[in-house]
Write a protein that binds this ligand. Structure first.
Ligand SMILES: [Zn+2]
Length: 139
């Protein structure tokens, strides 16, 4: 789980996803959007990467972690209920995609473990508000 760490752009989530990819390609030399999913402040979800893609969102864990980012700065602010619900739905969808992939490959399925970026790398992301959402997913 990530947050953007700055206030929402006031754009549809598809534009937020496109701009995020453009900035990371230009400034970091990354191949695309770092997050698999973005929960927009417009209360919509964008799928930005195939779940099987090892995108650049959490150093040292990009091969096993699916990255979901909430647009906005939740360093000291709670994520509003509707956005939190969308994160929950995204989590269930990602688990289902993994279950399907494991079934096709004939390997044992284990549920994805919700985690905040700060639990995997030295960062403040996704803020106190984002971590509340992570704890709700684990409950
Ligand atoms: Zn992050």
């Amino acid at each position: 789980m990530h947050h953007f760490g700055f206030e929402p752009l006031g754009l549809p989530v598809e534009d937020v996803a496109r701009i995020t990819a453009e900035v990371k390609i230009r400034d970091n030399g990354w191949p695309g959007c770092p997050y698999h999913l973005i929960v927009g402040d417009d209360e919509r979800l964008a799928l930005c990467q195939d779940y099987r893609t090892a995108s650049y969102h959490v150093s040292g864990h990009n091969h096993e972690a699916i990255g979901c980012a909430i647009e906005g700065d939740y360093t000291h602010k709670e994520v509003r209920q509707r956005l939190s619900e969308i994160v929950g739905l995204a989590y269930l969808e990602a688990c289902q995609a993994k279950r399907n992939a494991c079934g096709k490959a004939g390997i044992r399925y284990e549920a994805l473990i919700p985690a905040g970026h700060l639990e995997l790398s030295p960062t403040l992301c996704p803020g106190a508000g984002g971590m509340l959402v992570v704890r709700q997913l684990r409950a």
